[in-house]
Design a protein around this ligand. Structure first.
Ligand SMILES: [Zn+2]
Length: 50
């Protein structure tokens, strides 16, 4: 499984796949909301961490 990190463009919440039960890719597009600001999945952008 490919793991990545995503950031909410609105509140900067970091969704780190390793720390979640599911990767963001596997989350339901219609149901997933940012846990902090309730933004939809579309507001998340992939970030690269080195
Ligand atoms: Zn957010």
């Amino acid at each position: 499984m490919y793991l990545a990190t995503y950031r909410c463009k609105k509140c900067k919440f970091l969704y780190i796949d390793e720390q979640q039960e599911k990767s963001l890719e596997e989350q339901d597009d219609a149901k997933f909301k940012c846990p902090k600001c309730r933004s939809s999945k579309r507001m998340f952008e992939k970030v690269s961490i080195s």
